[in-house]
Design a protein around this ligand. Structure first.
Ligand code: G6P
Length: 369
């Protein structure tokens, strides 16, 4: 197994670095400069099917659920369809509104998560159309679905998901573009422009990976913190949830993600001198609001690390430390912003001497109830 890790100390670190390739492969033959629009393999969703579909429901667990939260935001904004995102273990026991006008989007790396599979079967029984985003070819979820769009992340060995997540985001953008094209909520030039930006993502991820060293230093200094809060707004909140999950899974540090505007409705009571807060700023229209949230927690003694897009103003003076991410359009920012959060969780876990690839109590795929 050591050989398979190549020059990396852990599978997780290797998989984090494989993300440019995972993202590129997930676009191959689907998003290209040569062909107009997007080509979604053999997916047979037509304009007529869509005319019937009134809502989309995204169902998943864990990291795949967090990808689904990004998918909801992107599909609603690009294709103008209402989207719900549900945790599979909840959905499978209560989904009263699912019928033959529902498009169920299943997101699943392994294709074997029991709650996800049972949700799919339940919705199928009720007449829903099932489109799954799956990484493992021929897995149970793939076999039970009407249509499958494979992520091409390659085998993911580390228990904590990294490259499967970013590949899921790409697949969700592809679905959103296809829906937008069929519903004509985006013009062809708008779709081509969005595709151009997507094709630039592997290079942007490469740039984000360079934050590994400063994050390792930060992790060394803060590895013993008791709590860590992640704050973001809009898509940054969805990414904050994933960053917080990664940190909990790997470091065993208590962590929460909050939409920054909700701070004053509770979590600000937990901020005291030295509490570490990680603030995300990739959404241009929300920069100013985030900077005032940073000031609010700073005023209560928090230590703030900001992860901000190039060009986000006033962050350096508000936060204690700032790391810069390459600028990408707001809807695509999660693909780049997730990378430093994965690296942060990784380096903190290493600094604490934890088993990074096999965290305690966790399984790669939860096939039991
Ligand atoms: C487990 C894994 C996570 C994963 C989740 C969902 O909890 O530890 O990394 O996100 O299952 O897995 P799936 O295969 O359904 O995407």
């Amino acid at each position: 197994a050591a050989a398979e890790k190549g020059n990396y100390a852990h599978f997780m670190l290797k998989e984090i670095h494989e993300q440019p390739g995972a993202v590129r492969n997930t676009m191959t033959g689907r998003v290209s400069e040569e062909a107009a629009g997007v080509t979604l393999d053999r997916i047979s969703l037509t304009r007529e099917d869509l005319a019937r579909i009134g809502r989309i429901c995204i169902v998943a667990c864990g990291t795949a659920y967090h990808a689904g939260l990004v998918g909801q935001y992107v599909i609603e904004n690009l294709a103008g369809l209402p989207v719900d995102v549900k945790v599979a273990s909840e959905f499978r026991y209560n989904c009263p509104l699912v019928d033959d006008r529902t498009l169920l989007l299943v997101v699943c790396q392994s294709g074997e998560t029991l709650d996800t599979l049972m949700s799919l079967k339940e919705a199928r029984k009720k007449g829903a159309r099932i489109l799954s985003i799956v990484n493992v070819i021929g897995s149970s979820v793939a076999r039970e679905s009407h249509d499958v769009l494979y992520t091409r992340a390659g085998p993911e060995i580390a228990v904590a998901s990294t490259k499967a997540y970013t590949a899921q985001l790409i697949a969700l953008y592809e679905v959103a573009l296809q829906l937008a094209a069929l519903r004509e909520t985006m013009s062809m030039p708008e779709i081509e422009e969005f595709k151009q930006q997507m094709l630039g993502l592997p290079a942007r991820i490469e740039e984000a990976l360079k934050l590994s060293e400063p994050l390792r230093l930060f992790a060394g200094e803060h590895a013993q913190v008791r709590d860590l809060f992640f704050l973001g707004r809009g898509l940054d909140y969805a990414v904050a949830l994933e960053g917080s999950l990664k940190l909990k899974e790997l470091s065993y540090i208590h962590s929460e993600a909050y939409p920054a505007g909700e701070l004053k409705h509770g979590p600000i009571a937990l901020i005291e001198k030295g509490t570490v807060v990680l603030a995300l700023l990739t959404q241009e229209t929300l920069y100013e609001k985030m900077v005032s949230n940073i000031r609010e927690v700073k005023a209560r003694g928090a230590y703030v690390l900001a992860i901000a897009a190039e060009g986000a103003p006033a962050v350096d003076t508000a936060a204690d430390a700032t790391l810069r991410l390459p600028a990408v359009p707001a809807l695509l920012a999660p693909v780049v912003a997730a990378v430093p959060l994965q690296l942060l969780a990784y380096h903190i876990a290493v600094a604490r001497g934890n088993d990074v690839d096999k965290p305690r109590n966790l399984a790669k795929s939860v096939t039991v109830e």
